[in-house]
Design a protein around this ligand. Structure first.
Ligand SMILES: Nc1ncnc2c1ncn2[C@@H]1O[C@H](COP(=O)(O)OP(=O)(O)OP(=O)(O)O)[C@@H](O)[C@H]1O
Length: 901
C-alpha cells in the first residue's frame, strides 16, 4: 500500500527535525577476535594476551546503555466514502460496528458540509492530504494551500520516529514492529506500556482494540502471549491477569475511575495505587478477548462530528504475568511484568467537533489529560537534557498521569503511537500532534529499572488494599469472591517470590553482612559499657563495705571511749572514795596503833597543826585550800563539819576525825605537800601521844559553816565503817576512825540524827569510843549570823543529849573528859561577845556513802571559824586568807585558853 503523501508545493519549506539516529553495529565476537589478533612478531619472552580465554568466557550481555522512547506514527487512511463516513477506507461494510451512541448536539456546519458534499468533492478531499511518508522514520507535513498563503505555514518534515506506519499499514505490521517487542519484554518479566495518542477519530481505538476482522494490538498481544507460553514454556509456569478500567470525566466536575471488568465498579486512587481494581485471571486469548469486548461495551463513548463512536474516557488495560511459585526454573526469566496499553481519548478542537454542553466538558477533560501527559514528558525531556532542571510533578494534575507516573518519569519502558489523519482538513490536528509528540523521541531511558524492583511497592500496596477491600466488600457474587481470593493468593505468592529473589541477591547478602557487622559492633560496644558499669559498681560496693567497716570501728571506738569515760568517771569517784578509804585505813591503822597517842594528843600540837594548816605560805595555803578551798570536796567537808545555824551547840568528838581528815586530804590532793606535813604532824602527834587532846581545839580549827549539810549522814556512814573496821581488827581501843568523828558529831543533830544510826547499826561500843566521844563533847562556836545572835553555846547540856540518845555507855573518863571539854567557846568575830546557842530540833538527814561523804567533808573543810560565806558565794582569796588568819588566831586563842596551865 502506497503512502499517500502530499506533493511538495512550490512554496513549501521542509524542515528536518529529530534526525534519525543510526546506531552503531554491535561488534560480534568473531569481528572482535579478528580485530584483536596479535601479530606473530611478538617477543618470545612475553606472554601472549589471553584473548581466547577472555573470549571463551561466558560474559553476560550488558544492558543497553541508553534507549530512546519509542515513538511510532500511524497515519489513518483517507478512504473516500460515498456516504461521507469517517471510517475512511474501510467503508460501511467494512465497519459494521453500529453506532451505539449518537453524538449530540451535532455540529450543524458539518451536517451542511456533509449534506452538500458531492462525489466530486470527495475525490478532491481524497487528493488533498497533508502528510506524506518520506521514509519509515520520517514524514512530511504540508499545510493546505490556503494556510500556506495566509499564514505562511511551511511544509515540515518530522523524522526520528521509531517507525512510521502509512495509511495502508495493517494491524499485524503495526503489531510486529511496535507491540511485539514490548510483549517479548513482558514475557521476560519486564513491564512496558503502549499509549496511543492522537486527535479524535485518528484510529487510536482501532489500533488498540481493532475489530473482529482486524484485531488490534491487545488481541494480537494476547494471542502472542498465550501462543508463546503454550509453545515454549509450560502453561503452569506463569499466570496472567487482565484488568481494564477507565478514567472519565464526571460531568466536568472531576475524574472518575471505573472498573470495566464484568463485576467492576468505581475505583479510588491513593498516590499511584488503585483500590478496588479487579484482576481477572486469563487462561487463553479467547477468554481475554471476551473480557475486553465486555469492557468495551461498558466504556464511555459518544458521537461527535469527528467520530461517530468517539471514546470519552481514557481506557487502560493491564496484562500481568505472575510466575508460579512451584516452578523452580530460574532461567525462564519468569519475573512478574505488566503490559499496559492505554487508549487515550482523542484531543478535540471545539470548532471541529462542534461539542457543546456535556460533550464540551468531556472535551476539556480529554484535552486536559492529553496536555498533562505532554507536560510530563516534556518535563522529563528537559530534565534529561539539563539535569539542573527539576522534574516537574505534572503527573499530579490528572489521575491518568498519576497512575502512569513511573512511565512518565522514565522509570519504565513505554512506547507511544501517534495516530494522525492524513486529510488536508486534519492538518491542524496532525500538525499539533506532531509538534507536541515528536520531541518525545529524544527521551532516553538511561536508568531503566527492573520491573521487579519497581513494581514491588505498588503491588505490595495493591495486595494489601485488595485484601482490605475484600473484607469490606459485600458478598454478592461467589465467582467474584473466588476471583479475589485467587488474586490475593497470587499476590502473596508474588510477594514471597520477590522476597526470595531479593534475599538471594548479592546486594542483599552484602547488605545483610554489613548489618550483621554493625549489630555485632553495637553489641560489643554495649557489652563494654556494661562491663565498665559492672566494675564501677564493684568499686562502689567495696567503698561502701569499707565505709561500713570504718563506721563500725568508729562506733566501737565511741563505745570504748564512752566506757573509758564511764570508767574514768567511776575511777574518779572511786579514787576519791579509795583515797579517802585508804587514808582512813592508813590512818586508822596508825590511829589504832597509836590510839593512846591520839587520845593524848597534845593541844599544842593540834594547834600547831592548825597553824600549819592555816599558814599563809604557799604550801600551807594549798593545804588549807584542800581543806577549805574552793573545791567542792573541801566545801562539802566544811559544810559537813559545819553546823547549821540552828545547831547552835554541838558536842562532837573531833579528835580522831581531824586526824583522819587531814590525812585523807593529804593523800587525796595531788599537789598538796601537806601530806608530808601531816605525816610529820602526825608523827609529832605520836610523839605527844601522852597528851590529851582537847576537842575544843579541833572544833575551833574546824570551820563551822552556817549552811546545813549532809555531814550528819556522813558521820553515820563513817562511823559505821570505822566501827566495823575496829570490830574486824578486834581492837577494843577506841580509834579516831572507829569513833564518831568530830565532824560527824558536829554535823549530827544531836538529838535526832546521831541516835538513829547508833540504833540501826548497833555499834559496838567500847570505852575508847566513849572516851573519844567524851573528848569530843566540847562546845563549838559556830560563826554564823544566827548563831552569833544566839550567844554562847551551852555545850555541856547539848552534849548530854546525844549521849543519852545514843545510849552510849558512859565512863568516868568520859565524864571527866566531857566535863573537861564542856567549856564555853568564845569565837573571835567581828562582833565579839556574841554567843551562839544550839537548837534542839534538827532536820532529817539522808545516808550517803561514807567515803564520798568523807571526801566531801574533807574537801569542804574550812578553817574559817567566823564570817564564813555561804556556799557558792565565796569571797576573794585575800579575804579568805584574812579570814583564815583570823580563824587560826582564834584557834590559837582557844587552844591556849584550854591548855592546862
Ligand atoms: N487504520 C485504519 N484503517 C481503517 N479504518 C480505520 C483506521 N483507523 C481508524 N479507522 C476507522 O476510523 C474510525 C475512527 O476510528 P477510532 O474510533 O479508532 O478513532 P479514535 O482515534 O479512537 O477516535 P476517538 O478518539 O474519538 O475515540 C473507526 O470507524 C475506525 O474503523
Amino acid at each position: 500500500m502506497e503512502i499517500n503523501s502530499p506533493a511538495p508545493g512550490p512554496n513549501t519549506v521542509t524542515v528536518r527535525r529529530n534526525p534519525h539516529r543510526r546506531a552503531r553495529p554491535t561488534p560480534t565476537p568473531a569481528t572482535a577476535a579478528r580485530e584483536m589478533q596479535i601479530p606473530s612478531s611478538i617477543a618470545p619472552g612475553v606472554r601472549s594476551f589471553p584473548t581466547q580465554e577472555i573470549l571463551s568466557m561466558d560474559v553476560a550481555k550488558p544492558n543497553p546503555v541508553a534507549e530512546n522512547l519509542r515513538v511510532f506514527l500511524r497515519i489513518r487512511p483517507l478512504v473516500p466514502s460515498k456516504l461521507g463516513d469517517k471510517t475512511g477506507g474501510f467503508g460501511a461494510d467494512q465497519n459494521p460496528k453500529p453506532r451505539l451512541k449518537n453524538a449530540w448536539p451535532q455540529n450543524p456546519a458539518k451536517k451542511k458540509s456533509a449534506a452538500g458534499r458531492s462525489p466530486q468533492n470527495n475525490r478532491k478531499i481524497k487528493e488533498e492530504v497533508c502528510i506524506k511518508v518520506n521514509t519509515s522514520h520520517s514524514v512530511t507535513l504540508s499545510p493546505p494551500l490556503a494556510l500556506q498563503e495566509s499564514n505562511r505555514t511551511k511544509t515540515e518534515v518530522y523524522e526520528g520516529f521509531s517507525h512510521v506506519f502509512s495509511s495502508d499499514s495493517s494491524q499485524e505490521e503495526v503489531y510486529d514492529k511496535m507491540v511485539k517487542p514490548l510483549v517479548e519484554e513482558f514475557l521476560r518479566g519486564k513491564s512496558g506500556m503502549l499509549a496511543a495518542l492522537g486527535p479524535s477519530g485518528s484510529g487510536k481505538t482501532h489500533t488498540v482494540f481493532g475489530c473482529p476482522r482486524q484485531p488490534g494490538m491487545v488481541p494480537l498481544a494476547l494471542q502472542h502471549i498465550f501462543n508463546q507460553t503454550s509453545g515454549s514454556i509450560s502453561e503452569s509456569s506463569r499466570s496472567f491477569f487482565i484488568s481494564i478500567f477507565e478514567i472519565s470525566s464526571e460531568r466536568g466536575k472531576g475524574e472518575r475511575l471505573f472498573d470495566l471488568s464484568p463485576n467492576g465498579g468505581d475505583l479510588s486512587m491513593q498516590q499511584s495505587t488503585l483500590r478496588g481494581l479487579q484482576e481477572i485471571p486469563i487462561s487463553d486469548a479467547r477468554q481475554a478477548e471476551s473480557l475486553i469486548a465486555q469492557a468495551m461495551l461498558k466504556r464511555a463513548t459518544g458521537m461527535t462530528n469527528a467520530n461517530s463512536q468517539s471514546s470519552r474516557s481514557q481506557c487502560i488495560i493491564n496484562i500481568r504475568a505472575v510466575a508460579d511459585k512451584c516452578n523452580g526454573d530460574d532461567n525462564n526469566q519468569a519475573n512478574d511484568g505488566v503490559l499496559t496499553i492505554v487508549d487515550l481519548a482523542g484531543a478535540e478542537r471545539e470548532k471541529r467537533t462542534g461539542n457543546q454542553g456535556a460533550r464540551l466538558l468531556e472535551s476539556n477533560f480529554i484535552n486536559n489529560t492529553s496536555m498533562v501527559i505532554g507536560l510530563c514528558l516534556r518535563s522529563l525531556l528537559e530534565h534529561q537534557k539539563n539535569p539542573k532542571k527539576p522534574l516537574q510533578k505534572h503527573f499530579q494534575n490528572s489521575l491518568l498521569t498519576k497512575y502512569l507516573r513511573d512511565y512518565l518519569e522514565g522509570k519504565k519502558r513505554m512506547a507511544l503511537i501517534l495516530t494522525v489523519k492524513s486529510g488536508e482538513g486534519d492538518y491542524r490536528d496532525t500538525s499539533y500532534v506532531l509538534r507536541q509528540a515528536s520531541p518525545f523521541m529524544e527521551i532516553k531511558y538511561n536508568y531503566v529499572e527492573e520491573p521487579s524492583n519497581i513494581s514491588y511497592p505498588k503491588r505490595h500496596f495493591q495486595a494489601l488494599s485488595r485484601t482490605e477491600q475484600r473484607k469490606k466488600m459485600k458478598v454478592t457474587d461467589p465467582d467474584a469472591c473466588a476471583i479475589e481470593e485467587h488474586k490475593s493468593i497470587e499476590a502473596e505468592n508474588a510477594l514471597s517470590k520477590e522476597g526470595s529473589v531479593k534475599s538471594s541477591g548479592c546486594v542483599d547478602s552484602d547488605q545483610g553482612e554489613r548489618n550483621h557487622r554493625i549489630m555485632q559492633s553495637f553489641s560489643k560496644a554495649i557489652w563494654n559499657v556494661l562491663k565498665q558499669y559492672k566494675e564501677k559498681l564493684k568499686v562502689a560496693d567495696d567503698e561502701i563495705q569499707h565505709l561500713r567497716e570504718n563506721l563500725m570501728t568508729e562506733q566501737t571506738r565511741c563505745l570504748e571511749l564512752e566506757k573509758e569515760l564511764k570508767d574514768v568517771q567511776s575511777c574518779c569517784s572511786c579514787s576519791n572514795r579509795e583515797a579517802v578509804e585508804v587514808s582512813l585505813s592508813g590512818v586508822g591503822g596508825q590511829e589504832s596503833s597509836n590510839l593512846d597517842e591520839v587520845k593524848s594528843l597534845d593541844v599544842v600540837e593540834v594547834s600547831t597543826l592548825c597553824l600549819e594548816l592555816e599558814n599563809p605560805n604557799k604550801q600551807d595555803h594549798q593545804t588549807c585550800e584542800g581543806v577549805s578551798g574552793s573545791e567542792h570536796s573541801a566545801t562539802d567537808l566544811c559544810e559537813s563539819i559545819s553546823v547549821r545555824p540552828e545547831d547552835s551547840y554541838l558536842s562532837v568528838d573531833v579528835a580522831g576525825f581531824m586526824v583522819d581528815s587531814y590525812q585523807s586530804l593529804a593523800m587525796h590532793r595531788k599537789d598538796s605537800c601537806s601530806s608530808v606535813e601531816l605525816d610529820d604532824l602526825l608523827g609529832e602527834g605520836h610523839k605527844e601521844s601522852s597528851k590529851d587532846i582537847s576537842l575544843n581545839g579541833y572544833c575551833n580549827a574546824v570551820d563551822l559553816l552556817d549552811d546545813e549539810s549532809s555531814l550528819n549522814t556522813s558521820f553515820q556512814a563513817l562511823q559505821t565503817e570505822n566501827l566495823e573496821e575496829v570490830a574486824s581488827t578486834g581492837q577494843s581501843n577506841a580509834s579516831p576512825s572507829s569513833s564518831p568523828s568530830p565532824k560527824d558529831v558536829s554535823a549530827v543533830d544531836v538529838e535526832d540524827e546521831i541516835q538513829k544510826p547508833r540504833e540501826l547499826s548497833n555499834f559496838p561500843t567500847s570505852p575508847k569510843v566513849d572516851l573519844v566521844l567524851t573528848k569530843g563533847c566540847d562546845v563549838i562556836a559556830i560563826p554564823d549570823r544566827e548563831t552569833r545572835d544566839s550567844g554562847v553555846l551551852d555545850v555541856k547540856d547539848e552534849i548530854q543529849k546525844p549521849r543519852e540518845l545514843l545510849n552510849f555507855p558512859t565512863s568516868p573518863k568520859e565524864d571527866l573528859v566531857s566535863t573537861k571539854g564542856c567549856d564555853v567557846i568564845e569565837i573571835p568575830d567581828s562582833e565579839p561577845g556574841v554567843k551562839i546557842s544550839t537548837k534542839t530540833e534538827k532536820p532529817k538527814r539522808r545516808l550517803l556513802p561514807a567515803s564520798s561523804l568523807l571526801l566531801r567533808d574533807f574537801s569542804t573543810l574550812d578553817i574559817n571559824d567566823d564570817e564564813k560565806p555561804k556556799r557558792g558565794k565565796r569571797k576573794s582569796g585575800a579575804v579568805e586568807e584574812r579570814h583564815r588568819t583570823q580563824g587560826s588566831i582564834s584557834l590559837l586563842r582557844l587552844l591556849h585558853r584550854n591548855l592546862p596551865s
